[in-house]
Design a protein around this ligand. Sequence first.
Ligand code: 0WE
Length: 255
Amino acid sequence: MTELLDGKNFLVTGAANSRSIAWAVAKAVRSHGGAVALTYQAERLKRRVEQLADELGGAPMIELDVGSDAAVKRAVDELQERMPVLDGLVHSIAWAPAEDLQGNFVETTRDGFAQANDISSYSLIATAREARRLMTGGGAIVTMTYAGSWRVVPNYNVMGPAKASLESTVRYLAADLGPEGIRVNAVSAGPIATVAARTIKDFSGMLELLESHTPLRRNVTTEEVADATVFLLSDLSRAITGEVVHVDAGAHATI
Ligand code: 0WE
């Protein structure tokens, strides 16, 4: 498509299947000339990601369990052998126990809250800390967030505070890493029927409502989220850091 990312290396996390936002990002990065390495969470999930890596023409695959600092360090050590210099990191990982994504928020458990924050927010700090070692020429970090961080969305529950924590983490990391030429931003995507989202109560009802109420009178696709991510990974956004960009057909302004 363009040569925006020519000669640059990117680590893309969170591509679990062909509907993942991270998968659309990986394809878009490739189409703009960037080289991509993909991560998979564990051996049992490797096969699916292997198919995706093949589709990219044999992208390096790295095991990455963001729940462990030692595992994050090992993953970046392994990445260093294939990509000695890294220009960008895409963080597209979130998880909360299913039982905490429904019912009354006040019933959120201590453990569910801790897990959601650990995997969905702390994981950005852990991966940025290690990836930074390879970003010797500066770089860009982009994570995925959702408007449930700042407005109440029924059933989003414990993920709301976790995404608020993630967005604050973006600003603190931006302040910390800016002097090294590393920018840190988030894309706040409108809801998309990914495999993870499909299991969620009344998700299709939510998509239908948005279709008639967003300024653009539609929902968004993973490709549209990916294009905004490419922008944030590229030099076109060279003066943007600590920002949350809404890619939501305008929903944040009106709904
Ligand atoms: O951040 C998310 C969801 C991430 C997510 C999804 C799951 C499903 C399976 C985190 N943890 C889990 N745990 C599981 O067991 N989104 C932005 C998508 C989403 O999820 C919602 C939404 C939207 C939008 C949940 C309730 C209401 C709206």
